[in-house]
Design a protein around this ligand. Structure first.
Ligand code: ZN
Length: 80
């Protein structure tokens, strides 16, 4: 191990400790952001319903709460 890695940088931590700590923090953060992103995607998906407009034939995902056709504005949509 190179000597500078064993030198104490601050708070009694060696350079190698700081590097490992930083690496650990980065790993934890990337895992957390992955989980958060998946959670947010699930929430967005849960808000959307696949629908088909009987008026103009448009199909796609729209908010469950509005259920309004983005093409013709038909409000009489039902999830299919
Ligand atoms: Zn429509």
């Amino acid at each position: 191990m190179p000597e500078f890695l064993k030198q104490q940088v601050f708070w009694g931590l060696r350079f190698i400790d700081v590097v490992m700590l930083a690496g650990g923090v980065i790993v934890v953060f990337s895992i957390l952001s992955n989980i958060l992103r998946r959670f947010r995607d699930d929430q967005i998906k849960a808000q959307l319903a696949k629908i088909r407009c009987p008026q103009c034939g448009w199909t796609g995902a729209s908010s469950k709460h509005t259920l309004r056709c983005p093409k013709c504005g038909n409000r009489a949509l039902s999830p299919s």
